[in-house]
Structures are given as C-alpha cells and as structure tokens.
Ligand binder design. Structure first.
Ligand code: PMP
Length: 418
C-alpha cells in the first residue's frame, strides 16, 4: 500500500511496496541494522569549522583531519586564498555555462598555462572535476572497435569512462605486468588500444610498477597510455608531476589525467598531453562540452596552487617523513596495513569485521581524529579500511597524537591486543 510520507512539502513522496527504490532495500536494511547498534553514521559527519588543512571542529571538538587527500595542505595557503578572493571580485561567482558556448575566462587560460608549465607539455585541458576528466578522455579517445585495457582496481571514474564510450573493455589483474602483457597479446594487432593506469591506487595506497608496465605495453602495436595521477601529483617526482615522473617514464606516457581536489586543494580536473591533435578534444568531448566550466575563483586558486607546487620540495620531504613515521608506528602497534612499506601518502588500516571497523572509526572520532571509512564495493569483499591520508602540514606532534589515538582506539575495540 502506498503511503504519503510528508504533507509539508510540495513534491510527491510515496513509498510503494515495489518501485524503483526496491533494489536498495538490502542496503537500507544493512545500514539501519548497523546504526541500531548505536554507532554514529559515518556519512553524516559535519565539520562546523575548518581551522587549517589538518584541523576541523566536529561535534564541537577540535579534530585532527587524516582523511582529506589534502596532501600538500594548499587549502589555506594565503596566496591561494587571496587569488580566489580577487577572482570573485573581478570576475563574479560563476561562468554559468560551458566554455564552448559561454566562452573562456582569462582564469581558465591561466590555469591551463600553469598546468602546461607544471607538466612541461604542449597542451592542457581543464575539466570541472577529475571524475569528468576521466569520463571525457576515456570515452572520447576509445570508441566502437577500439579496446580499453585497464587495471581491475581502477577508480570508478575510469570504469565509468569506459561505459560511456563504446570500446571493448579488457581488465588485467591489479598491478600485474604479466597479465597486462598476456591480455594485450590476445587483442587484434591492427585495433587501436588505450591502456589506462594509475600512479597511486587510492584504496591501499600502493604504487604501480610503471616502467615494467610501459615496457610490456610497448611490445604491442597501436597502444596509447593514459596515467591517472590523482594521488601522485604534488608529491612524487622532482617536479611533483607524479609517479610517472618519479619512475622516469615521462616520454612513454601519452596522457596524464589529474584532479585539483587533492594536492592542488580545490576542485576540478585536467588532462595534459603533447599529442599534436589534442585540441580537437574540446569540440568532441561530451563531459567537457556539455557542462558548465569551473568558476573564476576556483581556476584562480588552482593556477596559484599549481605554480606554488612547482617549488614545494621541502613540503614533499616533510610529507614523506610523516608517511614513513605513521606507517612504522601503526605496524608497531600491531595493525595490518595495505602495503608492506610506505609507498605514498595514503596508509590503509585493514580490518575484516564491519562492526569492529565502524566501532574503531567512531572511537577515533570521539578521541579527536577523522579518517575515512571505506567498505565494499569500493574495497574487496570482507575488507574494511580505515584509510589515512597524510598532509604536508601535519606537524610531528600531530603524527604522535594520531599514533596515540590509534593505539587507544585499537585496544578499546579489540582491533589490537590490549
Ligand atoms: N581518479 C582517481 C584515482 C581518484 O581517486 C579520484 C577521486 N578520488 C578521481 C579520479 C576523481 O577526482 P575528482 O574528485 O576531481 O572528481
């Protein structure tokens, strides 16, 4: 029987026994059962104040942020913030449409110039998010009759880019050079192929063996390589370009996709390339053409941040120190981690029991530490992650406090021996 849920609002709100929402019933039930145990809803956290890249107020309490992807801590950089304010004053709050129709603002050009200088490439194209950059690049490059070869653990935006286009999708085992080679070998030699890799895989924080993968790809004809450096930009390589720079394969990669929502400290996405025909994509790439461009304040903050990241060697060194110390400290406490050694600024604590993972997450929050909870389907079945992402602005003292809180919460919930 249908019930009207709410008489005070203007839209229809009917809960039929069976409708388009029925497929979510198991998820709703699982969530309700979990919340009935008394845990706080991990997806209902509100930060009422953000004091710095590493500190926010949650439930009235100062809380160390360890789940932000704000790797380089640029969100409160005074030059970055000022650039945003100036752009708001001079260009207004938004572009109200796509660059293809409404035109390009000076700030979009400056942002693309900053990217070209940062990456040393001839072309750069800014998208409204990193998600859309992958969606647009992958679906536009590889169409009917082409092949996309991707790591099985690829980010959702890479998979969605594959589904938006009409290419054949071929997955290889996570970070397996042998499987990549084998699968490429089975494809028709004359077909065009796009191989999609990531520098850092964001769930476990592990890094791809790019030189070996690139060598495997180059054994096969008609392959182009796209590397998503969402989690590598700013931190890896002498110029902060990403894992592909650090591992010395810059001249083998055709496209780098990235985001402004991590090290750059705002929102947006991009692709850089040296391909001579790259600019044609502005006319044919639907997630670029059919959506509004980034607001002037966002591109101004991004351009300023990108230029500052070119000279951030000290911050990179400090971030590595933080990552090594947290990794060792958590291992010494007895936690199981996503990688044997620290490979990136992401450190994943692996738990196998959902109730314990949520209890641990909540205990950390009550102690004053915010980390990300990740669960299936984002993680493999039966794997629950308390995912930590470090920031170059975390002080040594904060890393010490983080370890103390993990120790206390782990003992409290039985995740580590008492
Ligand atoms: N690629 C990867 C590997 C990511 O982890 C993410 C976001 N977490 C994206 C792309 C999408 O970036 P954005 O947040 O800018 O949409």
């Amino acid at each position: 029987m249908a019930t009207t849920l709410d008489n005070d609002t203007t839209m229809r709100a009917v809960d039929a026994e069976k409708d388009l929402f029925s497929k979510f019933d198991p998820l709703i039930a699982e969530r309700e059962a979990l919340l009935a145990t008394g845990v706080r809803d991990p997806y209902a956290i509100v930060m009422s104040e953000v004091k710095s890249p590493t500190l926010a107020v949650i439930n009235g309490k100062d809380t160390i942020l360890l789940g932000t992807y704000n790797y380089m801590g640029m969100t409160f950089d005074p030059d970055v913030v000022q650039a945003g304010k100036d752009a708001l004053d001079n260009f207004g709050s938004g572009t109200t449409g796509s660059r293809v129709l409404n035109g390009t603002y000076q700030g979009h050009k400056e942002c693309e110039e900053a990217l070209k200088d940062f990456y040393g490439t001839k072309s750069a194209m800014v998208f409204s998010t990193g998600y859309q950059a992958n969606l647009g690049m992958i679906s536009t490059l590889a169409g009917k009759g082409d092949y996309i070869v991707l790591d099985a653990d690829s980010h959702a935006s890479i998979y969605d880019g594959c589904y938006l286009g009409n290419a054949e999708i071929v997955r290889f085992r996570h970070n397996s050079v042998e499987d990549l080679d084998k699968r490429l070998g089975r494809l028709p030699a004359d077909a065009q192929k796009l191989v999609v890799l990531e520098g850092v895989y964001s769930m476990m924080g592990d890094v791809a063996p790019l030189p070996e993968m690139v060598a495997a790809v180059r054994k096969h004809p008609n392959c182009m390589i796209l590397v998503d450096e969402a989690h590598g930009m700013g931190f890896f390589g002498p110029n902060g370009r990403g894992v592909y720079e650090e591992q010395g394969v810059e001249h083998e990669v055709d496209f780098v996709v990235g985001t402004f929502s991590k090290s750059v400290g705002t929102v947006g996405g991009f692709c850089v390339s040296n391909h001579p025909k790259f600019e044609v994509l502005r006319l044919v790439c639907r997630p670029y053409v059919f959506t509004a461009s980034l607001p002037p304040s966002v591109v101004a903050t991004a351009a300023t941040s990108i230029r500052k990241l070119m000279h951030a060697g000290n911050k990179r060194a400090h971030l590595w120190e933080n990552s090594k110390r947290l990794h060792k400290g958590l291992r010494d406490l007895g936690f199981t981690l996503g990688t044997e050694s620290p490979q990136s600024a992401i450190i994943a604590v692996i738990l196998t029991d959902q109730t314990q993972a949520v209890a641990m997450w909540q205990a950390l929050l009550e102690l004053g530490l915010y980390v990300n909870m990740a669960r299936p389907p984002a993680t493999p079945a039966g794997t629950f992650l308390l995912r930590c992402s470090l920031c170059a602005e975390h002080s040594g003292e904060q890393v010490g406090q983080i370890l103390e809180m993990f120790g206390a919460a782990g003992r409290m919930t039985g995740a580590i021996p008492g």
